[in-house]
Design a binder for this molecule. Structure first.
Ligand code: AHM
Ligand code: MG
Length: 294
């Protein structure tokens, strides 16, 4: 059993993406790997914390792949702000093939997901997921140790109440994003503007709030880091699972350069994509700004 000192602070490691790994990131990664590699349903695992494909335990190979961000919102771990776990599940490419899965089994489009979801560790612990037939939300009752269906058939409001973007990057945004953010701050009572700003810095938590209350989250590409021309968020275990969830809840997810997140064919495990996701009407509006229609 890990003690507090084992799971608080930095682990001293840098991951494949050049980011500091927190001890709790490592703890979550090891716990999930250990449990899932022997569950009997999986043939391969991809994790934000692992450079390469993680094989499952021998003799336990199954039909599905799992991509995870074991602990999303790393910068919020040590400051006691809500964090989460994200997962995305695909069927292996050939259901007849047995044995370990391959990189190709993991590099599949978001539209091919059979399930996706997240767990949010906030004022309560919730599991929210879709299997392609709507979005269901369950709340943990810690006294029983079970998740109960508390939010059946979740739908994201068509109109946004909130906008969520890291405004510290505003000097590096493209003109379309800057014009859109100015627009949401304009006063137009009849149109419900200005929108309120909310940004937690944990994608799970920002998404969860916007799913329930109506909102738009943006992590666009920016000019801040020329090494990261596609923004910060990763396709396989951040953008794609949320794109599947939001589609099932009646919303939309795009990159902003004319692509639907769910249609992108991944080229590598840790590939990054710009992400604009949330209430449908608002995503349509951002797209109009970015494609020069407004
Ligand atoms: P992480 O998976 O290492 O925690 O990084 C992803 C997080 C997202 O949860 C969040 O939306 C984003 O990074 C915040 O980034 P920034 O601090 O640049 O605004
Ligand atoms: Mg993350």
């Amino acid at each position: 059993m890990a003690g507090l000192a084992d799971i608080i602070g930095l682990s001293g490691k840098i991951n494949v993406q050049g980011e500091n790994v927190q001890k709790m990131d490592e703890f979550a990664n090891n716990t999930i790997k250990k449990r899932m590699s022997r569950c009997g349903y999986l043939c391969a695992i991809a994790s934000e914390e692992e450079d390469d494909v993680v094989p499952v335990a021998e003799g336990y190979e199954g039909k599905y792949t799992l991509a995870i961000d074991p602990l999303d919102g790393s910068s919020n771990i040590d400051v006691n702000v809500s964090i989460g776990t994200i997962f995305s599940i695909h069927r292996r490419r050939s259901s007849l093939t047995m044995g370990q899965g391959t990189l190709e089994d993991l590099l599949q489009k978001g539209s091919e997901q059979v399930a996706a979801g997240y767990i949010i560790y906030g004022s309560s612990t919730m599991l929210v997921f879709t299997t392609g037939d709507g979005v269901q939300g369950f709340t943990l009752d810690p006294s029983v140790g079970e998740f109960y269906l508390s939010h059946p058939d979740m739908k994201i409001p068509e109109r946004a109440k909130y906008f969520s973007i890291n405004e510290g990057n505003s000097r590096f945004w493209d003109e379309g994003i800057s014009r859109y953010v100015d627009y949401v701050k304009d006063v137009d009572e009849a149109d419900g503007r200005p929108l309120s700003a909310r940004y937690i810095g944990t994608l799970v938590s920002d998404f969860h709030r916007n799913l329930i209350a109506g909102g738009i989250f943006l992590y666009p590409k920016d000019k801040k880091n020329p090494q990261l021309p596609n923004g910060k968020l990763r396709l396989l275990y951040e953008a794609a699972p949320f794109a599947f969830l939001v589609q099932q809840a009646g919303g939309r997810a795009i990159t902003g350069d004319g692509r639907n997140i769910l249609n992108i064919v991944p080229e590598s495990l840790h590939q990054r994509v710009p992400l604009i996701i949330g209430s449908k009407r608002e995503v349509d509006m951002v797209e109009n700004f970015l494609l020069g229609r407004v």
